[in-house]
Write a protein that binds this ligand. Structure first.
Ligand SMILES: Cc1cc2nc3c(=O)[nH]c(=O)nc-3n(C[C@H](O)[C@H](O)[C@H](O)COP(=O)(O)OP(=O)(O)OC[C@H]3O[C@@H](n4cnc5c(N)ncnc54)[C@H](O)[C@@H]3O)c2cc1C
Length: 506
C-alpha cells in the first residue's frame, strides 16, 4: 500500500516537498490554512492591478533549473524569464545622483572606479572568492542534511574553511577589500535577503555578491506568482491533493511517532508528516510539550529576521524615474541595521525598497498605470495602532516623492493596502511577525539551524525558510530536497540527483 504523507502548509517548501514525494509514489495531501497556495509568495488582485505579496527578486536561476529538471519539468514551459537591465537602481541619502547596477561587471566597474580608483583589482579578487564559495557551498553545506557539528568536517567543507574567509565577520571581510562607503553598502545590502545584518553575518555570505553581480537578477513574466502557480499545477498533475482553508490544530503522536493531524473538522492519519508552517508555531502550538525539540526560552533567544512595513500601491500614472527594482540607502547605515534588529519602534530614518514590476510586465497593471510594492524592513514584535500606521505610511510616501522625483504620486494612488508584522502573524502564523523567519547569522546557519528532521518525533520533518538551508524561494526548494534525502537515508551534500530519486517518469 502507498505511504501516506501530510504536508502542513503550501508555501514553496510545502509545494516542493509535495511534488518530490508524489513523484516517488507517496500519497500526498497538503493542508493549508489560507484560501490559496504560495504562503509568503501569495498574490492578490485589486482594481486591475496584480500584486505579488512577498518575493520579487528571482535570483539563483540555477537552483530553479535544477529543481525543475529533477522533477522532469522545464521552467520554460511555465514562465518566460527576463533578465533585468539594469538589475536595480539605488538612491543614496548622502549623494545627489542615483546609480544603476547592471550585473555586468564591465559596466558596474566604471561606477566602482569612480568612487574608489583602483578598487576593481580588489573587487575582482573578492568576487572570485565569492564565486568559489557559491560553487563549493552548493556541493557541501547548502544541500547537506546536517545531524551534528561533525557533519561540518568533511573534506570539501574543510577546504572551503581553510582557503577562504567563512566564519569571520562579513562586514570586516568586505572592509579588507573596499573603503568607499557606497560600495560597501552595495556589497552589504543583499544580506537583508537572508534576514540578517552584515555586522552579524559570516563572511561565507559574500557568495550573495556573486549571485547579485555575476549571475544577474531575473523576473518571471506574469509575476513571481508564476513560480508558485507552476509548482501547484505540477503537484496536482502528480496527484497531490490540496485542502485549503483548513488549519492544522494538532499533530497526533503515538509512542513518539507522528501518526496524523487534527483540524477543526477531522482527524487525518499519515505515515509521514512534513510541516512547512512556521517552525516555532509547529513546535509550540501543534505538538505537546514532550514532543518539542526546543523550549520557548530557546525561541526567545533566537534572532529573528526583520518584519516589514509593506505598502502596495496602484497608481494611475507611470513614473520614469523608477526602474523595476529601486533601493533607498540611508546615510546612517549601521544605525539602520541596529534599528531593525534591536529597535522597538518603526525605524526613524529607514533604508527601503520599491518594486515596480509593471516596468517590465504590462500584465500586472492597467494600461498607463504602475503597481508599486514598497517594503520598509522593521524590527519584529511591533504593536502598531491605526494612527501610527497612517503616519508612517505618509512619512514613507512623502520621502519617496521627494527623493525619487515622484511628483504627484499621492494624488494618483487609486488603490492601496498596508501590510505589517501583525499581518505576517495572523496570515502565516509567523513568530513575532517576522517577514522571513530565523535570521541567518553565524549561530543560526547550517548545522546551527533547526533541523529538517525532528529529533523527538519519528516520521516528522520540517521544510521551508526556518530550517536548512534558509531564507528565500530557491533555498526552500533545496530545503525540500534535504527532507527528501532524510526520508530516504541519503546523506550526501550534493544537489539531489535523478540517480538518488529514480523517479519513474522523466
Ligand atoms: C516581503 C517579502 C519579500 C521577500 N522577497 C524575496 C525575494 O525577493 N526573493 C526570494 O527568493 N525570497 C524572498 N522572500 C522570502 C521567501 O518568500 C520565503 O523565504 C519563502 O517564500 C518561504 O517559504 P516557506 O516554504 O518557508 O513557507 P511560507 O511561505 O512561510 O508558507 C508557509 C505556509 O504554511 C501555512 N500554515 C501556517 N500554519 C498553518 C497551519 N496550522 N495549518 C496549515 N497551514 C499553515 C501558511 O499559511 C503558509 O501558506 C521574501 C519574503 C517576504 C515576506
Amino acid at each position: 500500500m502507498k505511504k501516506n504523507v501530510i504536508v502542513i502548509g503550501s508555501g514553496v517548501g510545502g509545494l516542493s516537498i509535495a511534488i518530490l514525494l508524489a513523484k516517488k509514489g507517496y500519497e500526498v495531501t497538503v493542508l493549508e490554512k489560507n484560501a490559496s497556495f504560495g504562503g509568503r509568495g501569495g498574490v492578490f488582485h485589486a482594481k486591475g492591478f496584480q500584486f505579488d505579496m512577498g518575493p520579487s527578486w528571482y535570483l539563483m536561476p540555477d537552483i530553479f533549473e535544477h529543481f525543475f529538471s529533477l522533477i522532469g519539468e522545464d521552467t520554460k514551459d511555465y514562465f518566460e524569464l527576463k533578465r533585468l537591465d539594469p538589475s536595480y537602481k539605488i538612491w543614496f541619502e548622502e549623494q545627489k545622483k542615483p546609480v544603476e547596477m547592471t550585473s555586468d561587471l564591465k559596466r558596474d566597474a566604471q561606477l566602482f572606479e569612480s568612487y574608489e580608483p583602483g578598487v576593481m583589482k580588489k573587487i575582482n579578487i573578492y568576487l572570485k572568492e565569492a564565486a568559489a564559495k557559491y560553487n563549493i557551498s552548493k556541493n557541501t553545506f547548502i544541500y547537506k542534511p546536517f545531524n551534528n557539528v561533525l557533519d561540518f568536517f568533511d573534506k570539501r567543507t574543510l577546504f572551503l574553511w581553510t582557503k577562504f574567509s567563512v566564519i569571520s565577520s562579513f562586514h570586516k571581510h568586505i572592509a579588507t577589500y573596499v573603503k568607499h562607503p557606497a560600495i560597501r553598502k552595495i556589497l552589504q545590502y543583499p544580506l537583508l535577503f537572508l534576514g540578517t545584518s552584515p555586522y552579524k553575518a559570516p563572511a561565507v555570505y559574500s557568495l550573495m555578491n556573486h549571485i547579485d553581480f555575476e549571475m544577474g537578477v531575473f523576473y518571471p513574466m506574469g509575476g513571481m506568482t508564476k513560480i508558485f502557480e507552476s509548482l501547484h499545477s505540477i503537484a496536482k498533475k502528480n496527484g497531490v491533493k490540496f485542502i485549503f482553508n483548513t488549519a492544522v490544530e494538532k499533530i497526533l503522536v503515538e509512542n513518539k511517532k507522528a501518526v496524523g493531524v487534527a483540524t477543526k473538522e477531522a482527524k487525518l492519519s499519515a505515515d509521514i508528516i512534513v510541516s512547512n508552517a512556521d517552525y516555532h508555531f509547529t513546535e509550540m502550538h501543534l505538538l505537546d510539550k514532550k514532543n518539542r525539540q526546543f523550549s520557548e526560552k530557546y525561541w526567545n533567544s533566537r534572532t529573528m529576521a526583520p518584519s516589514g512595513f509593506i505598502i502596495y500601491l496602484g497608481v494611475d500614472k507611470q513614473f520614469d524615474s523608477l526602474k523595476h527594482h529601486n533601493l533607498f540607502f540611508a546615510e546612517k547605515w549601521k544605525e539602520g541595521f541596529e534599528a531593525i534588529f534591536k529597535g522597538e519602534t518603526l525605524p526613524e530614518s529607514p533604508s527601503y525598497y520599491i518594486c515596480a514590476p509593471s516596468k517590465t510586465d504590462a500584465s500586472v497593471a492597467p494600461e498607463g498605470c504602475e503597481n508599486l510594492f514598497v517594503l520598509v524592513p522593521t524590527t519584529t514584535n511591533l504593536k502598531l495602532d491605526e494612527a501610527t500606521i497612517k503616519a508612517y505610511r505618509d512619512k514613507i510616501i512623502t520621502h519617496m516623492i521627494e527623493t525619487m522625483n515622484l511628483e504627484g504620486l499621492e494624488d494618483r494612488i487609486i488603490f492601496e493596502r498596508v501590510f505589517t508584522g501583525h499581518d505576517f502573524s495572523t496570515l502565516y502564523n509567523a513568530y513575532k511577525g517576522t517577514a522571513l523567519g530565523l535570521a541567518q547569522n553565524l549561530m543560526q546557519t547550517a548545522v546551527f539551524r533547526p533541523k529538517t528532521k525532528s529529533t523527538k518525533v519519528k516520521n516528522m520533518y520540517y521544510t521551508g525558510a526556518n530550517t536548512n538551508p534558509g531564507i528565500g524561494v530557491p533555498m526552500c526548494l533545496i530545503s525540500s530536497q534535504i527532507v527528501y534525502k532524510r526520508i530516504h537515508g541519503i546523506m550526501h551534500g550534493h544537489p539531489l540527483s535523478a540517480e538518488d530519486t529514480k523517479f519513474k517518469t522523466k
